[in-house]
Design a protein around this ligand. Sequence first.
Ligand code: MTE
Length: 315
Amino acid sequence: MRDIPSSEITPEAVYLSRRAFLKSMGILTAGAGVLAACGPALVPTSTSDPSGEQPSAGATTDELGDPLNTYDEITHYNNYYEFSTDKQRVAELAEGYPTSPWEIQVGGLVHNPKTYSLDDLRKFEIEERIYRLRCVEAWSMVIPWLGFPLHKLLAEVEPKAEAKYVRFESVYDPERMPGIRQNPWYSWPYVEGLRLDEAMHELTILATGLYGKDLLPQNGAPVRLVVPWKYGFKSIKSIVKIDLVAEMPTSLWMAAAPNEYGFYANVNPEVDHPRWSQATERRIGELGRRPTLMFNGYEAEVAHLYAGMDLRVNF
Ligand code: MTE
């Protein structure tokens, strides 16, 4: 970016009960109160909070004790290049963007291709997941997402044996998305990819809300990916297409600058971006910088996915 300076719980976590593991990760199935707040998790909401109140989440910190960012911070400091490269203008430019009705086509190397409507997505059990989001630009936030594990959706479409990767595509709407017209050199639509085992990992979710409310357009409504151990650009917004594929997909960022943005994009304080250090980060709302954690603090859960790989080559 230019303006900076397996479906099973991992072996490491098997000693914990599933419940204790999920709790330790800040993952709590939404309780009755939260469910009530997020029951219609995909119903369109107004883009501003008329009460002006800070909505509440199931906890006030992540599993490391770091406080949640405020709703205002999370909804007014955004990367969504289809609207603008100015993080503070995305919210106003995306206001009112129509996100209902919506469809996600899921196909490619699957036995049961399916087109998901918002009603279909509402059938998945919505959980709250408090995750750190670490942008490749070296800023970060702690966000209480609502969503469900991607592996639940993938299980429904039944990937074929030849499927090795998952390719995701965002909505492409140049008429209503001024950033697409202003930045024609990018290979729109925004595309991202994961290896199938990364996509099947328990921590990988499709998010439909945050802070107990539906997602706003600036955060990728009505449904976006969240992969907490990878740089934020992997967490693709406003998804319209998911394909199971045999070859590694080329993401928009790989096409734009392959020496700067690799396919894996795992958060790694020891592998710098060619133009800046990744050793520390600026937590939005805090003064000073804090050390960046390997795999964004999710090393115990995901390091085994990369056993034997040279993370400097596979960056
Ligand atoms: N998805 C799309 N379609 N377009 C984008 O520009 N930006 C990415 C990611 N997903 C982006 C995207 C980047 S760089 C980051 S850091 C996160 O979204 C930011 O998510 P947030 O604005 O909800 O914090």
